[in-house]
Design a protein around this ligand. Structure first.
Ligand SMILES: Cc1cc2nc3c(=O)[nH]c(=O)nc-3n(C[C@H](O)[C@H](O)[C@H](O)COP(=O)(O)OP(=O)(O)OC[C@H]3O[C@@H](n4cnc5c(N)ncnc54)[C@H](O)[C@@H]3O)c2cc1C
Length: 384
């Protein structure tokens, strides 16, 4: 099996397949010098159950017990769900330790892909019985939505920062024409990871500006020290469109399409980790099949995933279409007054019909007419 792209999805597939079929010959082909790029992936403990939790347990990661917190104008709340975070350097280190040496193909850019294997830019051909394409997601004119733009820094403080639990959203801040919040993780007693995030209409990332705002936020908390880690991202928040047409644009006959590229994403948070773990385990269960059979299995899973996540796209349209940018925070504030278990199911992508009803009822956080037209509308084109 050849896995194209050693990001989160590709790396998890490689590990799950190797654990299930240790004798199957594997290549995890990554253009960069390390697996996973420069990321920090986080998730709630309840997002992963059973085997998926065991798979992620193979990677050294930070775990917090004692729940997490959110803060909005007028209220702060502590929620029960425990939080986890994995740094890409730990992802890379574990894959190098756990995969067979011959499977590790970093620094190898693929120039062509087909059902029989991949061809590298160097001209080398890696033939395979099955090929899984996990290269990056790209937006297309088949999708509709908005953007999540962010920059983050880990800061080694000169004194204990005093943050007791992960602060998943601090939206009690100037909004700057988007839904803006700061996300802060206490990595140790003196190290804190701070990310400034915007649900914005445009994908423009002004990294210097966001880093200035992180510095201002840290100063207001009394956190001073040295920046030891940096990340930035622009993720699409898909609120509608034609998933099958989008996937067809990136599909190669007989090649399985997985990861963000295959649209295995939480539409509202743009996170992929729980779906990447489930997909990896599903592939591991059928790893000895021919490539086209695995590709067909993933097509079916992608269609099911798209159907199952429609509600999150509806909420995304409410966020981007029904609320003025400066007022978008009200939708999340409304949501964060709901019961704790409902919030946990929501993030895990497992909201029940009753949960969905509760999210949409009560005193509306946006004008009702605009909410209805957003729900009935198609959303803005993602690529403008
Ligand atoms: C800074 C940042 C923070 C994030 N935080 C979270 C989080 O906390 N939780 C979460 O779930 N999601 C998070 N995300 C979203 C994240 O994009 C996805 O969850 C996840 O990384 C997607 O995994 P993937 O494997 O589909 O794609 P990627 O991780 O983007 O991996 C694709 C890989 O393919 C490689 N590649 C591309 N083209 C080629 C080629 N021609 N040849 C060889 N290799 C190639 C790339 O180098 C890359 O390593 C974050 C994203 C960013 C940018």
């Amino acid at each position: 099996m050849v896995i194209a792209g050693g990001g989160l999805a590709g790396g998890l597939i490689a590990l799950a397949v190797h654990r299930a079929q240790p004798r199957l010959s594997l290549a995890l082909v990554e253009a960069g010098e390390t697996f996973g790029g420069n990321h920090r992936w986080s998730w709630f403990e309840g997002d992963l159950a059973g085997e998926a939790a065991t798979l992620l347990g193979c990677f050294a990661h930070t775990s917090w017990s004692g729940g997490h917190a959110v803060r909005f104008p007028g209220f702060e709340r502590r929620l029960a769900a425990d939080y986890r975070s994995l740094a890409s350097r730990d992802f890379d280190a574990a894959l190098r330790r756990l995969l067979p040496q011959e499977a590790i193909r970093t620094g190898s850019r693929i120039s062509a892909i087909d059902a029989g294997g991949v061809t590298l830019e160097s001209g080398e051909r890696i033939a395979a019985r099955s090929v899984i394409d996990c290269r990056d997601f790209s937006p297309s004119h088949h999708l509709r939505g908005g953007w999540q733009v962010f920059a983050g820094q880990a800061i080694r403080c000169t004194a204990p920062h005093g943050l007791a639990a992960p602060l998943i959203m601090d939206a009690d801040l100037p909004q700057h024409g988007a839904y803006r919040f700061v996300y802060a993780l206490p990595l140790s007693e003196t190290e804190v990871f701070v990310e400034d995030t915007y649900y914005a209409d445009s994908p423009v990332l002004d990294r210097a500006l966001l880093e200035d705002r992180i510095a201002a936020y840290c100063a207001a908390q009394g956190w001073a020290g040295e920046v030891v880690e940096r990340e930035a991202g622009v993720l699409s928040v898909v609120t509608g469109g034609d998933a099958a047409a989008h996937r067809a644009l990136f599909a190669t006959p007989g090649v399985a399409l997985a990861g963000g590229r295959g649209l295995f994403t939480h539409p509202l948070t743009s996170y992929t980790l729980p779906f990447a773990a489930e997909t990896a385990l599903a592939i591991a269960r059928v790893a000895t099949l021919e490539g086209p059979e695995i590709a067909a299995m993933l097509d079916t899973r992608a269609a099911e995933h798209w159907r199952a996540t429609g509600f999150y796209r509806d909420l995304g349209r409410m966020l981007f279409q029904a609320a003025e940018p400066e007022q978008r925070w009200r939708i999340f504030a409304h949501f964060y007054r709901l019961p704790d278990p409902l919030i946990a199911r929501f993030y895990a992508g497992r909201a029940t019909a009753l949960d969905k009803l509760r999210v949409l009822t009560g005193k509306p956080p946006v004008p009702i007419g605009r909410a209805v037209s957003a729900l009935l509308g198609k959303g803005a084109p993602l690529v403008q």
